[in-house]
Design a protein around this ligand. Sequence first.
Ligand code: NAP
Length: 307
Amino acid sequence: MKPLKIAIAGVGKIVYDQHLPAIRGNQDFELVATASRNHTVDGVPAFKGIQEMLSSQRDIDAVSLCMPPQYRYEAARLAIRAGKSVFLEKPPGATLSEIESLKKLAAEYAVTLFASWHSRHAPAVQVVKSHLNEHPPRRVKVIWREDVRHWHPDQEWIWQPGGLGVFDPGINALSIVTEILPEEIFLRTAALEFPSNRQAPIGAQLSFTDATGTDVHADFDWRQTGEQTWDILIDTDSTHLHLKKGGHELWIDAVRRDLPLEGEYPSLYRHFADLIRGRSSDVDVAPLRHVADAFMLGQHVVTDPFI
Ligand code: NAP
């Protein structure tokens, strides 16, 4: 089968770290162009903007949109209206309404729209999902604590409205939780800590439940130095599960389990190719909806300025 010709718009950290190796390692794709104001990829035709790329190079099947979420909607519209399938980095946009609009547009133009959640492709996720179908969860504790200075140096967009602050990593945890739990959860209470000089939270405490009364608590913090924590602990009536390292390590009743070897981004691109070839879309906004609920329902607490 001929490879799908793919372009990337918004070349930056995640493109260099993950998208390029995943695309190069997947025979279903051939990278044919980039659209980015300041960044390029060696040996790949480069354009300054997506409009210029789409009008100059028509032989493109799909575009991965990897710019910050506040700038993704316009790019997605242009790509879909040019008949291209679209891969949205997470979070898929700055608002839920943008995604509804893109879903309708993608259906109208009969192209694939994929709202990707890379953490859902961590190797423990499907193993835990199957386990919880047999053993319903009673208590879930999410601890997602990292050092913003280490992971997001000089990323001003992340502190601006729509940048999500600590929910930029926290939404990854929510993408796992919403994938593995058998019941839909909803937010009961939340407290968001905003540095006095910033527009986005640096910490969040969220309490959810579901129709069966499962207790789900999430602790997101961006001020953790030293060892980083991306853990989910789950108690069922008979078992205790511990997902560590963002779903890359799994312990059930203190025994470490073997997991599939495929990485998150190779798995994402394999899924994207399947969607395109199957002429379907995959757009689940549940993680973004929970973040929107937290901004809507959460208590806002002002904390120390972030320098
Ligand atoms: P980034 O490096 O700060 O931004 C990616 C690129 O987007 C920039 O290099 C820039 O390229 C372009 N860009 C920046 N501002 C723009 C604007 N106003 N309009 C158009 N393009 C703009 O960010 P990133 O870390 O790669 O993250 C990008 C997305 O991937 C985010 O949604 C993030 O949540 C997600 N993500 C990041 C990571 C991670 O570890 N960093 C992991 C998973 C997912 P030009 O200057 O060349 O235009």
